[in-house]
Write a new protein. Sequence first.
Length: 102
Amino acid sequence: MTTLPLLFCVLLSVPLLTEAQIGGGWSDASPTDPDVLKVAKAALTQKNKSSNGLKIISVRSQVVAGMNYDIKFTYDEGGNDVHEMKVYSVPWEGKIEVTEFN
């Protein structure tokens, strides 16, 4: 009979343990990650923008059927203007698509 309360406690704790592992949310990524740099440069090329002097300020990533990136960046010679782009990447298909650009 003492196993019933123990089982009850274990069953109640399972949702708490799995809650931290929910996929699909945005998470911070490294601005110096080679994959981020590759995606950012390819996205700028698609928008006919130069990637010379590109300085990535912050990156967030989201796992979907591929990867979404939210990239904030500036240029070395661009003053204090901060730009932002959202990019969808499917690396195994070689697909990079700019979904937002400001």
